[in-house]
Design a protein around this ligand. Structure first.
Ligand SMILES: *Cc1c(COP(=O)(O)O)cnc(C)c1O
Length: 376
């Protein structure tokens, strides 16, 4: 095997996340911890309002993680037992789990071959009298075809929600992910584009009542302070965002635009380099005029996926088959019974190449050279 020079490229370098700005992160953690405010203090307020400004949304509610953001969003939206919620089979289990635990039934449907996201026509075909809502999942940091989904939802009286865990700051036609429907949910899991040093998440909405309900639900159903019987209008849980995480996130948000710009720059390099490889299917590039993708991941498809993956591994390049190459509908033991051949075919051909803002130009060049070498 011809081994090329240059740096190794792990798919994701977890230690680099803190090392990136260790001195500042350390100072923030120290200041927050020594302030004595740990739960629902000013750091949480500060992050919520900074993110609300950033996204141009009325309300941000910081919570423990994105899965719980969706669970609380669904409960606060009044999902009822047996209500069906349609979502793409090409997604992570989290949204389906939230639907299940909110009492609903997740109904996975096919992806579109245009954008590899939920296919609006498949949504239309899956609507039954029990259908209550559509959950778009903006996989890889690319916004789903929301105009088509909103039209279909409007025709059938369905609510629209967004699993925007991978899409903080992504836009379509000038509108930001998470603001198309009743609410959107974000994840700050470490490897996400705005990653924390642990679990964290947020729900965003322009609906005052919904925001107030989720705010109460995240803290045992109480308002912001102590749990007092007369204040508990709803059943809640503990799903609070920690101050330590909020303080780190508020700081990372100050340079989030640079983070995204670097990801988009890498995506443009990949796109330019791979355009001449007909066997490789590429995602929409960062130059599309109507969309602003944030490239949580850079996903490619090809028939020789496993061989490509093995070749890159020998070259010291880490890749991932997202979600183990298994769509939601494959979790038969959880009650799914849909057949989604297009989604299966997609999972059999798709591969995530290294993509994050900490990659060096040398690492990006190594990925490009190695992919080209494979197809030469
Ligand atoms: C990461 C992720 C989630 C889960 O986020 P958590 O914060 O870990 O709960 C949900 N949906 C998608 C698409 C994700 O990528």
């Amino acid at each position: 095997m011809c081994s090329q020079g240059g740096p190794l490229v792990p798919f994701f370098d977890w230690k680099a996340l803190y090392a990136e700005r260790a001195d500042t992160f350390g100072r923030i953690l120290h200041e927050t911890a020594t302030s004595g405010g740990f739960i629902l203090q000013s750091a949480v307020d500060g992050f919520e309002s900074a993110l609300a400004d950033y996204l141009g949304v009325r309300h941000v509610v910081g919570v423990s993680d994105c899965t719980n953001a969706m669970l609380l969003g669904l409960r606060a939206s009044g999902l009822e037992p047996g209500d069906e919620v349609i979502l793409p089979g090409h997604s992570f289990l989290a949204a389906a789990q939230a639907i299940h635990h909110a009492g609903g039934r997740p109904v996975p449907v096919e992806l579109s071959e245009q954008d590899w996201l939920i296919d609006p026509e498949a949504v239309r075909a899956a609507i039954t009298p029990r259908t209550r809502a559509v959950m778009a999942v903006h996989v890889n940091g690319r916004v789903s075809d929301m105009d088509a989904l909103l039209d279909i939802a409007g025709e059938h009286g369905l609510a629209v929600y967004e699993d925007a865990a991978q899409a903080l700051g992504a836009c379509l036609d000038g509108r930001v992910a998470g603001r198309f429907g009743a609410w959107g949910a974000f994840s700050f899991y470490p490897s996400k584009t705005l990653g924390c040093f642990g679990d964290a998440g947020a729900l965003i909405t322009d609906d005052d009542d919904l925001a107030q309900t989720v705010r109460a639900m995240r803290n045992h159903g109480a308002g912001r302070d102590k749990v007092i019987a007369k204040d508990c209008a709803v059943w809640g849980v503990n799903s609070r965002l920690d101050n330590l995480h909020a303080a780190i996130l508020a700081y990372k948000l100050t340079y989030y635009d640079e983070t995204i710009a670097r990801r988009r720059q890498i995506a443009a390099r990949y796109q330019d380099a791979f355009a001449a490889i007909p066997a490789l299917d590429l995602p929409p590039g960062p130059d599309a005029s109507n969309r602003f993708d944030i490239f949580q991941n850079y996903e490619v498809c090809c028939d020789a996926r496993d061989a490509l993956r093995a070749h890159l591994s020998v070259q010291g390049i880490g890749t991932i088959v997202q979600w183990g190459g298994v769509g939601l509908h494959q979790f038969r033991n959880l009650g799914f019974d849909q057949d989604l051949p297009r989604t299966d075919r997609f999972f059999a051909r798709s591969l995530l190449l290294p993509m994050n803002h900490l990659l060096t130009d040398g690492q990006v060049a190594r990925v490009i050279d190695s992919v080209r070498e494979f197809f030469a």
